[in-house]
Design a binder for this molecule. Structure first.
Ligand code: IUR
Length: 453
């Protein structure tokens, strides 16, 4: 049996770790018998030398079984689904998709994260709703799935403890962006949820982890293979992430936009993502015969109000007072009677007549991060009320002086430089023709007859 330093050396020199060696590594991480310096060295060796598909499969499986693996009643087993996104600006898909899938007959134990860097994650968004409790035990999750069909919760203490250790050290050793480590981390957690189907939203573009579609596709293939390797029917969508998803960025503003979407007034780009990702999951579970039908079922649930009722039930099951949940879901609610409004709003004005040809989502998010919408260190608070509403869409004609962005801010107030940066995120072309905004879904993996876009 190789010692830990020998294992590190083997990977450092480009060797392929055996199943037994990966098991030893993950067991030592979980049992905390390996020094942090040794774990860091192994992470860097993996970052540098990579892993073969079989090593990634084993890494994922061993990480998955480092803690509790959830189990579900037999009659749910083909219906358990989840979605994972590699992260985008204004990405509120989960808030709309989870209840829509539950309406269509799925069980959705959506385990989400908090945001690190430019904007909040799904849990931060939901925590802007007074009373919403993201921490639920496995037993509570099962109860909510039985009564409602969906929940959106944080990772429980018992799920994939190896990932908690590795993720913190990846952050500290600049090894976050290693494809095998990303695959092991994401898929082990989905495996521990005992899903039957998973869809991955792998984003590419200016405001995504990967800037070009080729790199995103490489990661997507790795994730799809790792997911199928642990017995989950896994598919991926490669989606464009240059501007923002929908028109709102910032935690409570995104909750409002999600609720408006569930009231049938969603922006087309958000609806495209929700219906496509949901449609894929309905095909994978056999609840829809093809993508066209799957998308229609999801779209009907969102526009017909049934997904809104599910969202209301989910909020109540996760601790929101009945009156609060009812008020947020009523047709003509004043959202600010429930959600906190930032102390200040500032409208920016279009610099010229023309057509909006670009909005830089990444730069917008960076400024919002500095104004308190995101966090720089794990554990930091976010300000739920900070954010921005786009008052225009890509392809739309604007006139000089018309408001195009409403910034919601508190303390710190934006500096002149930050306002200039926000102004620069907008490009107006006086000569361009007005046109609908771009579609976001570029490609589905695996490419098959079931998934024709
Ligand atoms: N989310 C995860 O759960 N794991 C990762 O490695 C990344 C995002 I990057």
């Amino acid at each position: 049996m190789l010692s830990i330093p020998d294992l590190i050396k083997k990977k450092r020199d480009g060797g392929q770790l055996s199943d037994e060696e990966i098991k030893v590594f993950i067991n030592a991480v979980t049992a905390k018998t390996m020094q942090e310096s040794q774990i860091g060295a192994m992470l860097m060796a993996i970052w540098q030398k990579g892993m073969k598909p079989t090593e990634i499969q084993t890494l994922t499986r061993e990480m998955m079984s480092s803690g509790e693996v959830m189990s579900w009643p037999d009659d749910w087993k083909t219906l358990m689904v989840d979605k994972h996104s590699t992260g985008g600006v204004g990405d509120k898909v989960s808030l709309v998709l989870a209840p829509a899938l539950a309406v269509c007959g799925c069980k959705v134990p959506m385990i989400s994260g908090r945001g690190l860097a430019h904007t909040g994650g799904t849990l931060d968004k939901l925590e802007s709703i007074p009373g919403f409790q993201v921490h639920q035990s496995t037993e509570q999750i099962q109860d909510i799935l039985a009564s409602v069909g969906c929940c959106i919760v944080g990772q429980t203490e018992k799920l994939v403890p190896a990932d908690r250790v590795l993720y913190a050290l990846r952050d500290a050793t600049s090894t976050v962006d290693s494809p095998p480590l990303i695959a092991g981390s994401i898929i082990s957690k989905k495996g521990a949820e005992s899903l039957s189907a998973l869809v991955l939203d792998v984003k590419f573009g200016r405001a995504a982890l990967y800037k070009d579609v080729q790199s995103a596709e490489k990661l997507a293939k790795l994730l799809v293979s790792a997911g199928n390797g642990v017995g989950i029917r896994t598919a991926a969508a490669l989606t464009r992430m240059d501007c923002t998803i929908g028109r709102c960025v910032g935690n409570s503003l995104e909750v409002m936009e999600s609720l408006e979407t569930l009231k049938g007034k969603g922006p087309p780009d958000l609806m495209e993502l929700v219906t496509t990702l949901g449609g894929v999951l309905l095909v994978q579970t056999g609840l829809a015969p093809d993508l066209t039908e799957g998308r229609k079922q999801i779209s009907d649930a969102v526009t017909g109000g049934t997904a809104l009722s599910k969202f209301q039930a989910m909020m109540e099951a996760q601790g929101v007072a009945k009156g609060t949940a009812r008020s947020l879901c009523s047709a003509r609610t004043d959202y600010y009677s429930v959600l906190r409004k930032a102390a200040h709003q500032l409208e920016l004005k279009a610099p010229a007549d023309g057509v909006v040809v670009d909005i830089d989502g990444m730069d917008l998010a960076r400024v919002l991060h500095h104004l308190g919408a995101g966090r720089s260190k794990s554990g930091e608070d976010v300000n739920h009320s900070v954010g921005a509403e786009l008052l225009v869409s890509l392809g739309q004609r604007v006139t000089k002086g018309a408001p195009w962005l409403r910034l919601h801010h508190e303390d710190p107030t934006p500096t002149r430089e930050q306002i200039a940066r926000l102004e620069n995120t907008l490009t107006v072309d006086p000569k361009a023709e007005a046109r609908p905004g771009p579609t976001l879904v570029e490609k589905l993996l695996p490419e098959s007859d079931a998934f024709i876009l």
